[in-house]
Design a protein around this ligand. Structure first.
Ligand code: GAR
Length: 205
């Protein structure tokens, strides 16, 4: 069984797409916990409906929140294979990145290395893409390192946005892609089919 922890900050549609792709009673890919920077994250509802444990984390000591060192112990005890940032909007601290090197991935709603970096998340990304009159956007999945949206790219899928009228139209098209791409990549990880060579990442058949 391949164990993942999913980190969320918002509505959790990507979490839902993971759960829809991997029925939790089949023991193929198991979501062992869902983590958020918020106490009342909307995505927690999906987690609770599926009997998945949820945790809230903070950089500072706060009631009802874990600090990162506590979270790391929990992830270690759960024997998490992969951490999936699915709409998680806070920076991951270095201690977690060092502990889970090459085992944290993020989904970004644009074609990196364009439209990434600090402040580039959610609707901000689609607004910037719209305002540049970019004609093609898409989703990117990449390894997480110590710099925002900087890690090696694992998978990308593009979509034509030539005829959109609003940033919201872009968001809708990109989200559809995200819901396919993220489970696809997680499956490749679970089958040990993500390899690095020639300084690039390859997804094996
Ligand atoms: C998704 O579009 C995801 O790509 C984006 O947040 C949204 C979360 O939606 N992530 C980022 O912008 C990270 N930089 P969801 O909560 O419905 O999965």
């Amino acid at each position: 069984m391949y164990k993942i922890a999913v980190f969320v900050s918002g509505r959790g549609s990507n979490l839902k797409s993971i759960l829809d792709s991997f029925p939790q009673d089949e023991n193929e890919v198991k979501v062992v916990c869902v983590v958020s920077d918020k106490i009342d994250c909307p995505a927690f509802e999906t987690a609770h409906q599926n009997n998945i444990k949820t945790y809230s984390i903070s950089n500072v000591n706060k009631e009802y929140y874990l600090v990162y060192s506590e979270l790391i112990s929990i992830l270690d005890n759960l024997k998490v294979d992969l951490i999936v940032l699915a709409g998680y909007l806070k920076k991951i601290p270095d201690e977690l990145i060092e502990q889970y090197e090459k085992r944290i991935i993020n989904i970004h709603p644009a074609l990196l290395p364009s439209f990434g970096g600090k402040g580039m998340y959610g609707s901000n990304v689609h607004k910037a893409v719209f305002e540049k009159s970019v004609q093609v956007s898409g989703a990117t999945i990449h390894f997480v390192d110590k710099i925002y949206d900087n890690g090696k790219i694992i998978a990308q899928q593009s979509v034509n946005i030539g005829n959109v009228n609003t940033p919201k139209d872009i968001a809708e098209r990109v989200l559809k892609i995200e819901h396919q791409l993220l489970p696809f990549v997680i499956k490749k990880f679970s089958m040990n089919k993500v390899v690095e060579r020639n300084n690039r990442v390859y997804l094996l058949n």
